[in-house]
Design a binder for this molecule. Sequence first.
Ligand SMILES: [Zn+2]
Length: 114
Amino acid sequence: MSEALTHTQLLAFERQITELLVQLQQEERELLAGVIQMQPVFCEVGEVKDGLAGNLAMQMSACRAALARISAGEYGYCDTCGEVIELNHLMADPAICSCVRCRRADSRVLAAVM
Ligand SMILES: [Zn+2]
């Protein structure tokens, strides 16, 4: 298996994801306290998720999973096919866990189900 990311890049992503997670936890606290309002949020494949709370929970679990993959040395590889995830996709969304090909396949499956 070839090296997807350098150690420096991994550390940068780890910091970025940790910061994102802290921010999401803060948003969740504000949401629970009624500071911010529920609103429909469009997720990646374009369907409306069950409001901001569901979206936050989803993002937080994605962040936790990404941090776990960093400690396991699996970060940067697609969960589905094991291919290296393109760096520009990781930079756009550090918590993604599959390559663009598998995500496209995923949204096709979702579209077929709906
Ligand atoms: Zn893949």
